[in-house]
Design a protein around this ligand. Sequence first.
Ligand code: AMP
Length: 257
Amino acid sequence: MGMIVKSITDLRTTRSTLTGSIGFVPTMGALHAGHEELIKRSTKECNRTIVSIFVNPTQFDSTSDLEKYPRTLERDLELLWKNNVTVAFIPDVTDLYPDSYTYRVSEEKISDILCGTTRPGHFSGMLTVVLKLLMLVNPTRAYFGEKDYQQLKLIEGMVEALFLPVHIIGCPTVREENGLALSSRNARLSPQGRELALFFARTLANFTLSVEEIREVLEKNSLRVDYIEERWGRRLGAVRVGSGVDEVRLIDNVKLP
Ligand code: AMP
């Protein structure tokens, strides 16, 4: 079994005792086989693996999305120990934001497109917490999923722009056999929502359709489309299913043939 570390002081102390290469996998918990792939890659490539579990409030643009974000800590820890993770870092919001979020990372190009158009402030919150975590953990390599492709692009850009001494490793999206990309938010889908989510995944990967046609087909089937766009050699999309506090936003992307 690994070690649970909550305070920043304890993390610094523990980190200073670790030698060799350190892999880091930042997560918001509610872990699934997608997170597990990142963890497995890290434990294979690095001497020690640190996983953080932190539902970062500054990257949520909706209070109900933050409140309803699934939390399954006991099960998460079991998954970490099963995979030989050395440290589970589970910080408090106040510890991670001693400045109450007056200092933040802002990026002025990629942040404003795709998810940035409908989620103001999301990428600043994400970049800020990733920078803080990278500074604290000081890993050799940090692992991120291609599922959140725009996020991966922004993190790679930040590491390059700020000369951060870490290698960023992008990992392929893990899907259910039927094609649905695994996501912690899938747990919030109703049976009908799951059908729609699956329909979204399949339609996005249908290369006989243009982006305009995909939008049309999805909207006809009562999915609300934030965007369908092609860029970086990929086709990316975001949709919303359900309504009110039960609304679930889903993103996905596939490599263009
Ligand atoms: P999250 O807990 O949603 O913040 O995700 C933590 C990390 O896991 C991020 O780097 C995500 O891109 C990655 N991730 C989430 N879902 C998947 C998936 N289905 N396949 C691969 N990586 C994923």
